[in-house]
Design a protein around this ligand. Sequence first.
Ligand code: ATP
Ligand code: MG
Length: 572
Amino acid sequence: MRASQLFFPTLREVPKDAELISHQLLVRGGFVRSVAAGVYSYLPLGWRVHEKISKIVREEVNSFGGLELHMPVLVPRELLDETGRSKVPVLFGLKDKNQREFFLGFTHEEVVTDIVRNSISSWKQMPLYLYQIQTKERDEPRPRGGLIRGREFTMFDGYSFNSNEADLETIYRENYRAYGRIFKRCGLEYLAVEADPGAIGGSENHEFMVLTASGEDTVLRCTHCDYAANAERAEIVANTGAVTGTKQESKVVPTPGAHTVEEVAAFLQVSAEAVIKTIICVADGKPVAGLVRGDRELNLPKFVRVIGAKEVELADAETVRKVTNAPVGFAGPVGLQIPIYVDNELRGGAGYVVGANEADAHRINVQPITDFAVTAWGDIRTAVAGDRCVRCSEGVLEEARGIEVGHIFKLGTKYSKDMSALYQDEQGAKHPIIMGCYGLGVSRTMASAIEAHHDENGICWPITIAPYEVSIIVANGKDEAQRTYSESLYKELKAVGVDVLLDDREERIGVKFKDTDLIGIPVQVVVGKGLNEGVVELSLRRVKGEKETISAETACTTITAVVKREKAALTA
Ligand code: ATP
Ligand code: MG
């Protein structure tokens, strides 16, 4: 491609609303343009990157038998009603002229299961792995960071159908390994972590995280073994609660003006560890209390599992007042008439401070079981750095920030049961199909590659997903020899299959350098005065300030070898 004929409107200014570096550079480099909050157009350069990532995904998923199909963005409401997901908050909904309701697809379990239930009846027709790379729509409450969290984005979504658990396990592992190869080929260092299944449901699931400081997710990994989990999910070794002070009868004391754990602890001159937080929640419509140590956070996904509820949310102020007979902020377990779930960490402890269920007061010297009934103990707090590893006895957990680029699930029969997707076994008995689903954010991967690879001058694309592999910069467009030579090198490189951009624009050399760095072309060749001595300059975007002088005559061979070497480093 000739830069003079390309459309890549670069900007010198950082766009005002762009916090994340990937967002800034995607806009500045002319890769994308914002249309509305969380909605973007891909300009030609951006679309090339998008398509290169998609191609890598296709190759790896096809390699283990994936079959590409393409499902619609419009999904009739009835399909999502079958699984109860028509209530998912991020759905965009609309009606047609006849008042028929539709949603914009946010993921396609129902649509694909509908296809399969109408076409598969026997165990002989499985295993089957169907996938698509398609536009998804989610009305995200906080679209942020450009392509990292859009309201419209591209997702690879794969679905597997099996007649037995062993086959599901095989395909899940195949997929797990394929994701590893995809991210390696995209130049991304990733960590696969155990995760919470969220709205999708199912049992075993893994998230693939790109580790960068700007990541939204917290991951915890063991310093000793290979246990790694999303902080939302990380399990905690049950240890014994501390006994603070001597065991005495509990009593209510005034704590005027002290609301937060810190304020209460300071007022009573105890540590936050000696305070218990009582969090009133609503589980499937009924109020419940969750108790964790003052310096810990209640973890709702864990809480849901311990209670065995479908859905748990924090109670509103009205419910809290009703349940505790006190203003918000003074809830405590003593005297509560609702189920009380207590974090393992408080087991065996005593001498705690809790809310007194009356304004401006707390109860001290509280001991679980003695002072209030415990409905159940459980792991209901969020793990933090420093917690002991559950897998090995030697390590502790350490924290890192990550961007979730992929998420894979063993769904089991959750969707096939709801939707009656059945198959017959060898004996003719009917069973629900066993499913898995596999998501990977193509557009988020693109942005994550920038988060991981950039410098103050712009993007440093991994060569495998760069819009062009090589850029030939003509230093002086008025110089006939430079022009002719560049033109022939361009043709030669194209002929051997190198993805090359010829910067033949009538711009100052400084502008060309700046743009080439900004858009992140990995291999840069400058055709300048040296041509008179038979040389041109070669540099790599990822290595700063190093230039190599190479023979102009054999430049094509040299450059091709460099491209090959750079690509080989990212081969999975
Ligand atoms: P998150 O927790 O980040 O909201 P999710 O768990 O809802 O994501 P999944 O339903 O697992 O996401 O979707 C599969 C993949 O699609 C994610 O791993 C991510 O790469 C991508 N993805 C999800 N939501 C978005 C979004 N709003 N913008 C861009 N990519 C997204
Ligand atoms: Mg997810």
